[in-house]
Structures are given as structure tokens and as C-alpha cells.
Design a protein around this ligand. Sequence first.
Ligand SMILES: [Zn+2]
Ligand SMILES: [Zn+2]
Length: 244
Amino acid sequence: MTGRPAHPAGERAVSILYPRRCPVCGGITEPPGALICAKCRPLLREVREPTCRKCGKEIEDEREEYCADCRRHRKSFAGGVSLFNYNAAASESMSEVKYKNRREYLDFYADEAVRRLGGRLLAMHADALVPVPVHPSRRRKRGFNQAEILACRIGERLEIPVVSGFLQRTRKTAPQKELGPEARLKNLEQAFTTAESAPAAFRTVILVDDIYTTGSTVEACTRVLMRAGVKKVFFFTVFIGHGM
Ligand SMILES: [Zn+2]
Ligand SMILES: [Zn+2]
């Protein structure tokens, strides 16, 4: 158990009526009421130092400042942090959220973000958290945007306003595995737009998303936000690809 006070009485009553399910095994959490099973916790691998000074991805060689990708491709974002390395358990957990409506798993990830990365997120001095949008038709079908839920839970606890609706997704993008990095980025940039230019008070933002793999989504969103007048963009993702 962590040091934070267990559960307020109301929450405990709710967790008896609706027992919490574990974001990794999908069973009732053990011990009951925990956000994740003690035995499942190690299956999610925390991002450890040394990390890339740009994207925050784990790197092998601590003498390097940047990962191979950030050395090769210039990034427009200022930096980013992630909780876990993307692995099989991570992929399974996120597809349960998205396709089986297991929104409650996001409680664990948001809690973890605040507990482990809260200080670093606050040090970014962001004016807002901006969830990476999904296309409206996808949002309708799924009923929610996982990035938006994460942003709201984290923003509430760190007292950073959440601004959704400013960055919009106007096009669905086809799977882009066959495209090279530059073509993929171009394609993606055209999928996002902003409602208007950024208000003057909107200088620094943190993009929030579930996964950073090639980084092209975060990079595309950053470019679109900066064109709209945002000065500095950081990102937070729950998972980050490793060894790419
Ligand atoms: Zn479990
Ligand atoms: Zn990097």
C-alpha cells in the first residue's frame, strides 16, 4: 500500500458494490480496493533512467543525451515524460480500455501519473493540458476519448486546466506502417487542426495521450499547436515504445 490515505468511506462502499478490476489481469484486484494487483504491478515496466533528454524514452548508453530517433529527427516539442515501457501487458491493458470500455483502468494510470510524475509535470509550468483528440466518429463509437479522461483526472489533481476542443482531429488516418517517417508526419499533420489561434494566456501546454510509439502523433500535434501560436509544447503519455 502507498502512503496516501486509503479510501474515503464513500469510495469504499462503491468498491464493494462494484469491485475494482485490475488493469493488467482484468480480475478483481488483489488486495481488494487496490487500483492494481500487487502481483500484476511488476508486469508494467516503469521507465527508468537513463532516458532521452528530449522524448524521455529509456536509452541503453548513459553517455548519450538523446535516443537514436531524437538524434536523427528534429523534434518540435520541448520534452516529455511517460510512465511505463510499452510491452505486451501494456498493449493488452490499453486495448481493454478502448475496445471493451474498461475506463476504470484509467484511474490507475492517472493516479500513477500524479504520484510518480506530478512534480515533473508541475515543473513544466503549463497553462493547460491538451488531450490528443480522436476523430469525432471514433469518439462517438467508443463513447469517450481515453486521452481526455486521463487529462481530466490528472488536471483535477494537479490543478492544471484541461482544454479539449481547441486541438481537433478532422481526419481519420489510415494505418501508416508502409509510409516513411516524413510522409507519415505530413499525413498526420493534416489530420489535426485548431479551432482558432491560441489565446495569449496559452503559452505552454502539455499534450496528453496514451501511447508514444514513433512519436509522430505528438510531433504532428506540436506543429499544429505551435502554428496556432502556442510557444512551448511538452507531452505526457502513459506508455512509451522502447528500443526503437
Ligand atoms: Zn491483476
Ligand atoms: Zn528521444
